[in-house]
Write a protein that binds this ligand. Structure first.
Ligand code: PRP
Length: 210
């Protein structure tokens, strides 16, 4: 990936120059493995801005804690949180469900629990993708036992027609077809999370990796 540097005048009254890195968002090295871009960076950021405004309206005047599900949701949560113009807190959970395969195993294991108590709090669970829904279903059941005041879900992506359990996702930014996707936090064998958009992989990429 190429990086270039732009120089801009410093703040008024200062003679220094601020160096701002400008990244080439084409990510050419990773793009070679992609088949199709499903959601562009611009589409994702536009929906996040809309969702952030809606969440800020819905939670105005209330305490709010975002719980991100590692690792996939970390990229989304970072952008979403900055689109919500409210005081809020972060916490994270890590669960394991997929391993390196592209199909869900249905097995959910807590690898890292919350750092904070959530009893009486307004909790917004932030997920990158709802596929079978098993991870989310497990997490919601688990979190409900801790007696939050409210518990809602914000998911970047939800696959259509593949959920194995009924789920209510209050803030869903995109519905996508049931295909394996990478980018914007989503990985294949831990790679591609740093793509600023969401796409599908060329089949030979995962065939070669198995
Ligand atoms: C992905 C994703 C969700 C889960 C969704 O996590 O982040 O947590 O799978 O799948 P489901 O609806 O079929 O349960 P993954 O296990 O790939 O971990 P990661 O976030 O660390 O990549």
């Amino acid at each position: 990936m190429e990086t270039s540097l732009d120089t801009h005048p410093g703040a008024p009254g200062s003679s220094s120059e601020v160096i701002v890195p400008r990244l080439d968002r084409r990510m050419q090295t990773l793009e070679n493995d992609l088949e199709q871009i499903l959601l562009t960076e611009e589409e994702i950021q536009r929906r996040i801005a809309e969702a952030g405004e809606q969440i800020a309206r819905d939670y105005a005047g209330r305490d709010l804690i975002l719980i991100g599900v590692l690792k996939g949701a970390s990229v989304f949560m970072a952008d979403l949180a900055r689109a919500i113009d409210l005081p809020l807190e972060f916490d994270f959970m890590a669960v394991s469900s997929y391993g390196a395969a592209t199909q869900t195993s249905g097995v959910v294991r807590i690898l890292k629990d919350l750092d904070h108590e959530i009893a009486g709090r307004n909790v917004l669970l932030v997920e990158d993708i709802v596929d079978s829904g098993l991870t989310l279903s497990y997490l919601l059941k688990n979190l409900r036992t801790r007696k939050p005041a409210t518990l809602e879900v914000c998911a970047l992506l939800q696959k259509t027609g593949v959920q194995q359990v009924p789920l209510e996702v209050k803030y869903r930014l995109f519905e996508i077809p049931p295909v394996f996707v990478v980018g914007y936090g989503l990985d294949f064998a831990e790679r591609f999370r740093n793509l600023p958009y969401v796409g599908t992989l060329r089949p030979e990429v995962y065939r070669d990796a198995i």
